[in-house]
Design a protein around this ligand. Sequence first.
Ligand code: INI
Length: 187
Amino acid sequence: MTLDKIQPEPITGALSATGLRIGIVVSRFNQFITDRLLAGALDALERSGAAADQIEMVRVPGSFEIPVAAKQLVESRRPDAVICIGCVIRGDTAHYEYVAGESARGIQLAQMDTGVPMIFCVLTCENLEQAIDRAGLKMGNKGFEAGLTAIEMANLSRQLSGNSGSGAPAAPPTPNPTKNSGRGGSH
Ligand code: INI
């Protein structure tokens, strides 16, 4: 008997943009920050081998509008992943809570509805300094991280859905009525 545990081989997404199509939805609100996040994301895509014609970019007014645009982008262009870029900075009222919360919730809903990975690159910061630190200063560039995450998730999603060509999810396997699965029972 051996004490070693079995080592299952994980399914992972490669960090290569070859053959991928990536969508980007970027908010104009706090554009000083979102432009820097966008530059970081594009840098990551380019370093991973992506060309301009593999990227579809959409601009929206604010982070609140990102989810619907991301969903429509998937439905019309079928990218393999969408990077959602925004920046919400706390103000004097509760407005921040609604914009940040609904943006996150909407992006998650859009991701689950479409089955296409949506990368959450919406900064939620207490002040401008925190945002600047995450857009290329002390904390790195969250846009760059989002670009790499998009590529990994796009490739992983292709593997998990058995789809090696386009962003559209593969059709589910059709059951063969003449074949007994052997599991018995129904739900
Ligand atoms: N949108 C942002 O992306 N960041 C913010 O910090 C922000 N604040 O603070 O108001 C913001 N508001 C606009 C919002 O996203 C919508 O565009 C607007 O409410 C119209 O629907």
